[in-house]
Write a protein that binds this ligand. Sequence first.
Ligand SMILES: CN(C)C[C@H]1CC[C@H](N2C(=O)N(C)Cc3cnc4ccc(-c5cc(Cl)c(O)c(Cl)c5)nc4c32)CC1
Length: 333
Amino acid sequence: MVRYAALKGLYDLEKTIGSGGFAKVKLATHIATGEKVAIKIMDKISLGDDLPRVKLEVQALKTLLHQHICRLYQVIETDSHYFMVIEYCSGGELFDHIVEKNRLSETESRKFFRQIVSAVAYLHSLGYAHRDLKPENVLLDREENLKLIDFGLCAKPKNGIDSHLQTSCGSPTYAAPELILGKKYLGSEVDIWSMGVLLYALLCGFLPFDDNSIENLYRKILSGKYDEPSWLSSSSKRLIRAMLQIDPKKRITIQELCNHPWITAGFLNPVSFVHKTNFEKDDDVLSTMSAICGEHASDIWRKLVKSDRTDYRTATYLLLLDRKLRGLSLRIS
Ligand SMILES: CN(C)C[C@H]1CC[C@H](N2C(=O)N(C)Cc3cnc4ccc(-c5cc(Cl)c(O)c(Cl)c5)nc4c32)CC1
């Protein structure tokens, strides 16, 4: 087990739970609270010119506070590494959940899809586009709540979400036609297309556009033609068609999506993104922390609010708050 001095006394590293590109993600225990976390470890050498993506992802995750977006607790930077301490999702990938059930019922698909729409509507409302929405980037926590991850490709165009992007990124299988054609595109519109692919995967258990050869895959995507299995309801077909429109200008918008009849069926309200308030003060958590570190609760809170919200104290506060919201005792070892 590689020892990282920067984590000593703060986190106990356990097994590797995944690796992708330039990062390795390990399960770890936050020593002060005993809570499980995921630590995304990146070494600066192999990051190379991908370094700016880390800063982009950290900045995005610090800003994005939403119940269906993975929470960043702490960032540790050393000369050689970046460590991002992130909310652990013990439910694994949504993809595996679909595969083991073959496909999901319309009701279960709707439960998950509303959570995705809520997270993406919130993302877009802050001027971000994810640009790499795919089942592998949608995880589940212990209560099977959905968590969006991997904001390494997300973009916040300087002049707002409605300004055009050009960089081709994300995986072709979920990429919108305009993106694979290398045209200028709107982040919000390509996210809608990817969500259409995601919804199709939830309801069908396979992908609308798939082929081993990249050229055939591109041809299928650009044709916009895909199977509509017999089990799809006409309402599901209509919604998927509205999202998988080749012409981005004909594609349903995120606002229309929040109110779409398929989305609201069986629910009392359209999808809203009531995101977490920035940083709510909790006296139980503060008094637990002050009992341990001997500082006054008011001093702890003042330092927390003033901090850049990515230090160990912040991680401890947020993890204790999570424990409380889950109805568990607030204990600090
Ligand atoms: C395919 N990707 C490029 C990497 C892959 C690494 C493992 C990870 N994972 C898994 O695949 N489980 C099955 C377990 C698991 C559990 N909790 C996690 C909590 C957070 C994250 C996470 C990972 C990355 Cl790269 C992020 O940027 C963020 Cl914001 C969050 N990944 C987790 C994770 C999923 C993604």
